[in-house]
Design a protein around this ligand. Sequence first.
Ligand code: GLV
Length: 327
Amino acid sequence: MSERKPRVLVTREVFDETLDYLRRHCEVVENQKDVPYAPEALAVALADCEGLMCALTDKVDAELLAHAPQLKAVANIAVGYNNIDVPACTARGVMATNTPGVLDDSTADLAWALMLGTARRITEVERRIRAGEWTGWRLKQWLGIDVHHATLGIVGMGRIGQAIARRALGFDMKVVYHNRKRIAPELERKCNAAYLSLDELLSQSDFVVLQVPYTPDTHHLIGAAQLKKMKPSAILINSTRGGVVDDAALVAALTDGTIRGAGLDVYENEPKLHPDFLKLDNVVLAPHIGSSTEATRKAMAMLAAQNLVDALQGRTPPNLVNPDVRK
Ligand code: GLV
């Protein structure tokens, strides 16, 4: 007689190969129609599941966990896991995992796309072309700023921050960074990056790129006071999480010229945007697509599935974020 497979809920649409892999090891409740679960519906669907594969759109908190007595593991399809109450998981003996590593380069590429796009006003001029405003070449037409030889300040020098820094070598940039802890000297050399305090970084950088995880400590890390410390010619890039930036303060800074521009992939209250972002030409807006290439999203989904299966089969998953749970 074959052993009973653990029941897992997959909250959002995933790739066929991800489902095939999961089905080999689990009884899968899928949601290939991709209709997001409301919190109450998620609690009902999870009631008899041992595993949960979820996305950053799902809130996994103590209340949800209380409705899932069989739950053993939560696998987030994301590197950031601010949607999961990790201490609550640990308290209930539930393993929580994320998907680090496989998305570093794609996310770094997107941060660069926002830097270049904002510096050279790509989305603004494209809108102008489409509106029929381009009547011919002019010397002073829609002037941008240079990325090459500028100073790049990276706030949050984990794997993605370092990947962003390494790309700056080809642009002959000066790279400075701020991080909770200084990174190892050999990594500083590899990234050609010098450590600064946050205030020093804000006042010296032409491009400030945010790549810190979102935690209570980084909530509104960049607000009105920090934006005032930036150069009026500087550009802010947020490719990490909404909430790290105070969006209302950023709208004000973009409107009154405190800073030159911003490139954003993430927002407070996604998918709702502060309405004034839509009125501003000096902001490039992307819809949280940092890791969204086919290869990377497939790798993330597969890694999440492997984490889940490992956990449910009694192994320590490679990307366990609450190792204390197993003590
Ligand atoms: C995406 O935002 C992620 O955290 O992976």
